[in-house]
Design a protein around this ligand. Structure first.
Ligand SMILES: *[C@@H]1O[C@H](CO)[C@@H](O)[C@H](O)[C@H]1NC(C)=O
Ligand SMILES: *[C@@H]1O[C@H](CO)[C@@H](O)[C@H](O)[C@H]1NC(C)=O
Ligand SMILES: *[C@@H]1O[C@H](CO)[C@@H](O)[C@H](O)[C@H]1NC(C)=O
Length: 349
């Protein structure tokens, strides 16, 4: 009786169990993860990293493989047959990083119709054919550490569903991005452009971005209206721009949802007018640590109604506090008197 109860209890608990798999290619490691009531769901995870020069593509993989790691296999140009085999159609994630991939043929990925996560980082890609992601339900694409100098964001218009995708293009040689159709058709939610060669903020108007990273680009000036029509942006990082000298007033106009703005480590940024911060109605965190600013602009708090903290240095942080209860005679109402309290004395605001 007790044993039966125990057995029932264990089966009811959703537990994960791994076992070895038949039909696993000798150089690979295959694992089935079962979970759910009475192991009713299972996922096969196949690791074929670094198989060596004798491996011929496509590597046979078990049917129902969900996750496949093919990284570090010197695959070279990806042709139409290298990912065409039984088991490949069910892939949800595929790691093709570190493979000396110089080209992706237009139909190389076309059978992967459940693919959500694609890692093509650390290859030698300079361009992608316009339809190479056609029909794929991608949610995350890593193209970092490649050799793109230009990138056409329209490659994501042919994605199969309207679910949002995050794209990592960091550590390329990008000087420009193009967007021909209206950004709204693209469903790109996260875009990482850090460590590229962008000389100005690229025009991304209309993209429904929530995350944008422009760190480490040689941008010298940020111009008024640089971020127009990006009303969904929540997190913006503009850090480590060694040439950035100037941010024009109203540069951030339109970023009504922005909560975090990282402007740290911009050593040539010596002054900021208070109007730089106008329109940042939702901003909660501002990071100015390691910037060239000698002092904060006067009255900047009036532009930042939601601000909670401003970081000024490694260990220098200020928080907004409200001195309440001052009776304002002329207006006859209690005014919230906001002040910044810093953990270091002598910060003048
Ligand atoms: C794809 O590349 C592999 C390995 O280089 C080669 O054996 C195969 O014939 C190629 N297939 C096509 C369709 O070009
Ligand atoms: C963007 O790229 C940089 C550099 O590769 C990395 O440090 C950062 O974590 C990335 N951001 C996200 C959200 O992945
Ligand atoms: C501000 O930036 C510095 C340097 O990049 C980082 O160490 C720190 O965690 C950031 N602070 C906040 C509050 O984001």
């Amino acid at each position: 009786m007790m044993a039966q109860l125990l057995w029932l209890g264990l089966s009811l608990l959703a537990f994960v169990q791994s076992s070895t798999v038949k039909n696993c290619h000798p150089g690979c490691h295959c694992e089935v993860e079962s979970f759910g009531l009475f192991d009713s769901f299972s996922l096969t995870r196949v690791d074929c990293r670094g198989l060596g020069p004798s491996a011929t593509m496509p590597i046979p993989i078990p049917l129902d493989t969900a996750h496949l790691d093919l990284s570090s296999n010197s695959m070279g140009p990806l042709n139409d047959t290298m990912l065409a085999g039984p088991g490949y159609t069910t892939l949800v994630s595929l790691d093709l990083s570190s493979n000396h991939i110089t080209k992706v043929s237009p139909n190389a990925l076309s059978r992967l119709r459940y693919l959500e996560t694609l890692d093509l980082s650390d290859n030698n890609l300079e361009s992608l054919s316009p339809n190479c992601f056609s029909g794929l339900p991608l949610a995350e694409v890593d193209l970092s550490h490649n050799s793109f100098q230009k990138f056409d964001m329209n490659v994501f218009t042919t994605k199969v569903n309207g679910d949002p995708v995050s794209v990592d293009l960091s550590h390329n040689q990008l000087v420009s991005l193009s967007l021909t159709s209206h950004g709204g058709a693209l469903h790109i939610q996260g875009l990482n452009l850090s460590a590229n060669r962008l000389l100005s903020v690229p025009k991304l108007a209309g993209l429904p971005l929530r995350y944008l990273n422009l760190d480490g680009n040689p941008v010298t000036h940020i111009k008024e209206g640089a971020f127009t029509q990006m009303k969904d942006l929540v997190y913006l990082s503009i850090s480590g721009l060694h040439e950035l000298q100037d941010i024009e007033p109203h540069s951030f106009k339109g970023l009504q949802s922005l909560q975090v703005l990282d402007l740290s480590h911009n050593p040539k940024l010596k002054t900021l007018s208070p109007a730089v911060f106008s329109g940042l109605d939702s901003l909660q965190e501002l990071n100015l640590s390691g910037s060239g600013l000698a002092s904060l602009p006067n009255n900047m708090l009036t532009h930042l109604p939601s601000i909670k903290s401003i970081t000024l240095g490694r260990n220098i942080q200020c928080w907004r506090t409200q001195k309440q209860g001052q009776f304002h005679r002329q207006l006859g109402q209690v005014q919230h008197n906001d002040v910044l309290n810093c953990n270091v004395e002598g910060v003048v605001l």
